[in-house]
Ligand binder design. Structure first.
Ligand code: BGC
Length: 358
């Protein structure tokens, strides 16, 4: 099954038609007028495939993922393609205080909690409604105290494939008790195509003059540092691998790039980051309203899993760019707030837009 899929083909829908936790899972296909296709499963709201034309017009799947829902179930840890919630990235020691009350979360990334806890939104079956050929709506109700978070949180995520080859993700959420929320998507990209080798020769530009340095457990130290003069300076396009092995305490702490960049200007009109695949020339621009971008270079990938096209998830064969609020914000009063109160609406949009670089 895995190795018969040809690069650029979508996995069989039947591999995703299952019942998990009493709910039906499926594979939903979005198409646009340009021939681009995106496959998403409502198991964790995961982006399974994104087919875009490369420099020769060949449809290329730029997502590292599995060709069956079972693949995602068996490998929850790397969060392939998933929607992440209730809190994207880490919360120090799994503890935070809200309105005078301390809350404790599951420690799944000792000594911290990561990406929502033991069973985050990435492994929940979302209610799915395909609105039209290019739009998928997903809904999930996270009950009061699920994974230790207060309040019934109603989350809606709408994936839209636009006619200018953008995959737009609109997130909204409401709560009935004061809570914290930080939703993101954890797609692993290889712009040379899934099974395209390491991403070390991809070119990256991130419009961020500062980033949040981390301690050895990947928790931000609570202050922003300038990127200038460091391997974190991507203000001009730079090859990912050019400095990743530099002797640098921050690269040691992250085991490579696994850091939150403080975006100069979150925007849906001008990109916050641009990545180009060196072999395919496929360019991905990222637009977001979020203040931060977690740039992760697949440092923990270790070849344990067999993915679509028979690819192994080898070290640094994909990268993630997670748009979100900063890690550990609930414990850092200086970071933008992640608190959501009853009556407020959490609303944020991110778009990944594809083209061929000039
Ligand atoms: C985290 C990494 C983690 C990866 C997969 C990223 O968002 O920052 O440390 O290994 O997700 O879980």
């Amino acid at each position: 099954m895995t190795d018969t899929l040809a690069q650029g083909a979508l996995p069989p829908k039947a591999n995703f038609e299952k019942t998990i936790d009493g709910k039906k899972t499926d594979l939903y296909i979005l198409k646009n007028a340009k021939g681009m296709e995106v496959a998403i499963t409502n198991f964790g709201g995961r982006v399974v495939s994104i087919l875009v034309p490369d420099k020769n017009g060949r449809l290329t799947d730029v997502v590292e993922g599995f060709d069956s829902v079972k693949g995602y179930q068996d490998a929850p840890g790397p969060y392939y393609g998933a929607l992440i919630g209730r809190y994207g990235n880490r919360i120090a020691k799994g503890k935070f205080t809200l309105e005078g009350k301390e809350y404790s979360l599951y420690i799944n990334n000792a000594p911290n909690t990561l990406h929502g806890g033991k069973v985050g939104f990435d492994s929940k079956v979302w209610d799915a409604k395909q609105i039209d050929s290019a739009t998928l709506e997903l809904n999930y109700l996270s009950k009061d105290m699920e994974e230790g978070y207060p309040g019934n949180l109603k989350a809606t995520v709408i994936y839209t494939l636009t006619n200018d080859n953008g995959l737009k993700i609109d997130y909204t959420a409401t709560t009935d008790k004061t809570t914290i929320v930080n939703l993101t998507n954890h797609t692993y990209f290889n712009l040379n195509g899934a099974n395209g080798g390491t991403i070390l020769d991809h070119k990256v530009q991130i419009f961020a003059d500062e980033y949040t340095p981390i301690d050895p457990t990947s928790i931000p130290k609570g202050k922003n540092d300038p990127v200038k003069g460091t391997p974190f300076d991507f203000t001009q396009p730079a090859v990912i691998g050019s400095k990743i092995e530099d002797k640098n305490e921050q690269l040691t702490n992250g085991k490579g790039y696994d850091h939150n960049f403080v975006l100069n200007k979150p925007s849906l009109d001008s990109p916050v980051a641009i990545v180009v695949g060196d072999k395919s020339n496929i360019e991905m621009q990222i637009f977001t309203q979020e203040p931060g971008l977690q740039f992760y270079t697949g440092n923990f990938m270790n070849g344990q899993n067999t993915m679509k096209y028979g690819a192994k998830d080898n070290h640094r064969t994909a990268f993630a760019m997670e748009t979100e609020h900063f890690p550990d914000s609930p414990n850092e009063p200086k970071f933008p707030s992640v608190v959501l109160k009853p009556g407020q609406v959490y609303k944020t949009t991110t778009e990944y837009k594809f083209s061929v670089a000039k």
